[in-house]
Design a protein around this ligand. Sequence first.
Ligand code: GDP
Ligand code: MG
Length: 439
Amino acid sequence: MSEASIQPALREVRRALLDADVNVDVADTLIEGVRARSLGQEVLEGVTAEQQFVKAMYDELLDMMGGDSSVPMSDGPSNVPVATLASGTAADPAVILLAGLQGAGKTTAAGKLALFLKEQRKVLLVAADIYRPAAIKQLQVLGESIGVEVFTKGTDVDPVEIVNAGIQKARDEGYDTVIVDTAGRQVIDTDLMDELQRMKRAASPQETLLIVDAMTGQEAASLTAAFDSAIGLTGAILTKMDGDSRGGAAVSVRGVSGKPIKFVGTGEKTADLEPFYPDRMASRILGMGDVVSLVEKAASEVSDADALKMQQKMLDASFDFDDFVKQSELVTKMGSVAGIAKLMPGMANQLNMNQIREVEARLKKSKSMISSMTKKERANPELLIKDSSARSRLIRITKGSGCGLDEGQQFMSEFQRMKTMMSTRRFWRFWLMIQSLAL
Ligand code: GDP
Ligand code: MG
């Protein structure tokens, strides 16, 4: 992949990100990272450099939006991350503070979260938006519709006091989760931030979530920066993803704050809340799903081609240390030597657990010796076996890998035996079997 061959794709990807409303600076930083890593890489057979660049960009987006321990992998079939929220106990309830601009969807999100958590937790909603009487009513109506209690002290009380009283009520009555709905303003102003900071200090919430309207567009970056520096976010909820937005705000939020998007709102009803799936979002933002799957297919075909080359080498008995490493990686891929032995008819009876452990330990040592070899030595095992310099080379290698010379010599004779076996039909069948199990 060269500067020239990826240039058109680079432009196309940039346009896609900006069309999806990813912040310009965030988009450029992302693209620069992928560009730098792609240059000089070999292009897979069957695809163009441009297509491969698009796939690399997709991977980067996925990595960026999903690579966080607070968004663990689900065990579902697609193995995509799902959101988690800090949990509390009745004695020490978890407080979830929702913040954001007016109209972003805070009150709606409070109801949605309450419904989402209701099955596993005892949830109390706290109405701390005192500036619009209608806001309290809105939360009460929502709470009633989902059967969740709403705590309010009207509009004449300081929101901090409301939050404190709400948490006290939760402790007294055994609620383990408190969701605080707060006021928003049209634009970020210091009064709003002051009030949020005071609430945050009083409540020390486990989660401080920014509610971002997906239609916010480019502004999502400065919005996130302002809220994160003022009150310290733990994550975000992206609302109104049922609209036209391609979700670029998700990238901006993550890019600016490093905090995960935990949920997305997908409609006006309380049930319209989904965990955040980075892979879906990456496809939606980049909008080049066909290219991504094309390159994925090409990549899997390349590993098939690698396997074929390997088979040919085995047949030719031109087996070197690089091949040894590749083959033992196959073992790692399958789990363990013990795992393979169990799968091989007859093998489990021939090898006991101690022998298996021995094999695994020797494999590990062999690999560290091989990593101390030069490229030339790895491709030419004779240099370490028959050559006049063999002994001094082996001394250097075993020293470099922290092994004894005797262990080095043992590995060399094992390796020679292996190499001979490779050329016989008997081993060939054995190898085919391992391979068919591995692929
Ligand atoms: P707040 O001012 O931040 O509390 O915002 P609200 O919760 O009152 O929501 C403002 C408007 O956005 C309301 O009309 C909601 O019905 C609507 N809304 C909130 N979330 C979503 C969503 O995920 N999808 C759609 N389509 N509308 C939403
Ligand atoms: Mg509201």
